[in-house]
Ligand binder design. Structure first.
Ligand code: AMP
Length: 289
């Protein structure tokens, strides 16, 4: 496994394989790798002849300095995970290359970044898309892998790639969960035992909401209200948002009536467990979807 820090070196590496006719897959990460990241790497490994993992704790996607400060940093462990998963190149992004002095260019996706996390984390998606665009330029992958755990991020990146004609296919990977349902996240490490216990209620509440929609509940606000109630029953959790939206546009359904037969339904939440912000979601596919 090769490890490189400079963008130019990673670009040349990738270009050599592209020219040799081999497919390149990219898995972008912030580090603090867990089995969710490993699942992305496994998908890439299966589908691509060369796999690049990028590890870059992108400061521009953090809108809280405390969140960035306390984000887990586990470099040695991350390299071990990459090695175990058969990664060919680890690109350790350097701020010097990714945010050079005088940096002033950004990529911004408009409508899709307004709801959900976009409402509460101003500038977050602009930070994500700008750095993902750079990573796509550096690694020049045929495919790049994103987790459905960050559903809005995946939708935003797909939109960017389509709108700006990037020559990369975005591949989406299902959320990896703990046995009790909690979605794996680097931030889970920060949970106290009581917060961790309460956090299992998130997926439980989401699956109840999903079942309601599957059974034919049509009123989005009622699904959202019951979901909010069941989350708030956990004393350690504080709800930031609960949304039931069209899974494609991320917009509310007309007149709040869920059109489950023809449209995918995204049920997404953000909650705080103590000071730790957790997000999760489930999607109900349309009939035949
Ligand atoms: P991060 O390092 O948190 O930016 O995550 C890097 C990639 O891993 C993103 O595409 C995430 O959506 C994905 N990811 C994070 N957690 C999970 C999970 N539990 N299951 C699947 N993918 C995940």
């Amino acid at each position: 496994m090769r490890i490189c820090e400079r963008a130019a070196e990673a670009r040349i590496w990738s270009e050599c394989y592209r020219q040799a006719g081999l497919s390149v897959g990219l898995v972008p990460t912030l580090g603090a790798l867990h089995q969710g990241h490993a699942a992305l790497l496994q998908h890439a490994r299966r589908e691509c002849e060369r796999v690049v993992a990028s590890i870059y704790l992108n400061p521009t996607q953090f809108n809280s300095p405390a969140d960035l400060e306390t984000y887990p940093r586990t470099r040695q462990h991350d390299l071990d995970v990459c090695r175990e998963q058969g990664v060919d190149l680890v690109f350790l992004g350097e701020t010097e290359d990714l945010l050079p002095d005088g940096f002033q260019s950004h990529v911004e996706v408009e409508e899709l970044t307004r709801p959900l996390c976009g409402k509460f984390r101003p500038g977050h998606f602009r930070g994500v898309t700008t750095v993902v665009a750079q990573l796509l330029h550096v690694a020049r992958p045929h495919r790049a892998y994103f987790g459905l755990k960050d559903y809005q991020q995946a939708a935003v990146v797909q939109r960017m790639v389509k709108d700006l004609n990037f020559d990369t296919e975005i591949r989406l990977v299902p959320t990896v969960r703990e046995p009790d349902g909690l979605a794996l996240s680097s931030r889970n490490k920060r949970l106290s035992p009581r917060e961790r216990e309460a956090a299992r209620g998130i997926y439980r509440a989401l699956t109840l909401a999903r079942d309601e929609v599957r059974r034919g509940e049509e009123v989005a606000s009622e699904v959202a209200a019951r979901l909010t109630n069941s989350l708030e029953r956990e004393r350690e959790l504080r709800v930031e948002y609960v949304e039931v939206l069209d899974a494609h546009t991320l917009l509310p359904f007309p007149e709040g009536r869920i059109e489950r037969r023809t449209h995918g339904v995204l049920i997404a939440v953000a909650v705080y467990a103590g000071g730790t912000r957790l997000i999760d979601n489930v999607v109900v596919l349309p009939d035949g979807g």
